[in-house]
Structure formats: structure tokens, C-alpha cells
Design a protein around this ligand. Structure first.
Ligand code: AMP
Length: 190
């Protein structure tokens, strides 16, 4: 199985590249942000809880997020692999995912990070906010908070996979196809 963590700050292009990667490698795309948004739309109790964090640009608590992710993984019986997009976002989530996948005997193959500067991220997210309808994309202060939360809580996750020799990073600026080729080149080495 090919289990990838697609890593990078909000606006790095993880969702866009995931769409292309799942097609090429026939993987299941698990985006915790998308799952939360579907729950918000469906007005589930998970959605109501998640919304109170998401709208402020804060992380949804680990316990809730880990439980949700694990319940999504087990829905797929014999997948070729998963792309984890937006998860793990804390070291505690990465540790929980490792333990969970160890039980399933399908460890993470590698983490690939998309590197994009903060100014470029803000520009991209404000642009996306014009059409995405996402409250967390529409104000610059919420966007900057999401990036600050990423720096503080999420960036250490790279070190977690680096220690296992599973981390690689690529330039996330360029055309969609250029970035896709760089990603595939790294994935094909795994
Ligand atoms: P995203 O679509 O990945 O940008 O996620 C949107 C928002 O959902 C984030 O800003 C967080 O509030 C929440 N979220 C998504 N994934 C996670 C996660 N792994 N842990 C905690 N919160 C998350």
C-alpha cells in the first residue's frame, strides 16, 4: 500500500494536487478539512463542534479529529493506499496515526511537503475566499492565524517523519503540472 501524507500550510495546494494524485496512484483521498466541512453542511453534532474552531482558524481538538479520521480509514476494505491531506496536523495526531496504521500493518510510506511563502499563501487564500464560500478564507486576520497555528502546532510534524527518514519537501510554487511532476518524482522513489 502507498500511504502518503501531503503536507504544507493552508493554501499550499494540497487539495488541488491530491485530486491529481488519487487519479494517478488510485488512492483514497482523506481530507480532514473536507470531512469537517461535510459535517458542517449536514449540521451534525461533529460539524457544529468543528465549526466553532474552524471559523476562528483554530485546530479542532486532537481527540475528535483522530477518532473521525480513524473511522474514515476503516470504511475502506482493500484500498491501494491513502492520501492524508490536512492530517496529521499535530505531533499527537501523527503518533496516533502511526499506532493505528501499525495495527493495520500499513505504515506511512512518506510525507511530501509543499513549500510556499507566507505572502503567497495569503494572496492565494484571499483569492480562493472570493469563490470558496469558506468563512476561514475570507478574512486576512483568520488566514494569518491559520498560518501562525500551522507554524506553531503543525510544522513540528515534519520533524516527526524526518526522524523516520520519511520526509521530503518540494517547491510548491509553479504551474500545477510542474508541481505535480515534482511530487510524482518523489513519490516514485518511495
Ligand atoms: P483545511 O481544509 O485542511 O484547510 O482545514 C480547514 C480547517 O479544518 C482547519 O483550519 C482546522 O480548523 C480544521 N482541521 C482540518 N484538519 C484538521 C486536523 N487534522 N486537526 C485539527 N483541525 C483540523
Amino acid at each position: 500500500m502507498l500511504n502518503l501524507v501531503l503536507f504544507g500550510p493552508p493554501g499550499a495546494g494540497k487539495g488541488t494536487q491530491s485530486t491529481k494524485l488519487i487519479e494517478k496512484y488510485e488512492l483514497i483521498h482523506l481530507s480532514t478539512g473536507d470531512i469537517f466541512r461535510a459535517n458542517i453542511k449536514g449540521e451534525t453534532s461533529l460539524g457544529i463542534l468543528a465549526k466553532s474552531y474552524i471559523d476562528k482558524g483554530e485546530l479542532v481538538p486532537d481527540e475528535v479529529t483522530i477518532k473521525m479520521l480513524e473511522s474514515e480509514v476503516v470504511k475502506h476494505e482493500t484500498p491501494k493506499g491513502f492520501i492524508f491531506d490536512g492530517f496529521p496536523r499535530t505531533v499527537a495526531q501523527a503518533e496516533a496515526l502511526d499506532i493505528f496504521l501499525k495495527e493495520k500493518k500499513t505504515p506511512i510510506s512518506g510525507m511530501v511537503a509543499l513549500e510556499v511563502s507566507e505572502d503567497e499563501l495569503v494572496t492565494r487564500l484571499l483569492e480562493r475566499g472570493k469563490t470558496s464560500g469558506r468563512a476561514d478564507d475570507s478574512s486576512e486576520s483568520t488566514i494569518r492565524n491559520r498560518i501562525a497555528v500551522y507554524e506553531k502546532e503543525t510544522s513540528p510534524v515534519a520533524g516527526f517523519y524526518e526522524k523516520q527518514n520519511k520526509f521530503v519537501s518540494i517547491n510548491g510554487i509553479g504551474s500545477m503540472d510542474e508541481i505535480f511532476s515534482s511530487l510524482c518524482a518523489e513519490i516514485d522513489k518511495l
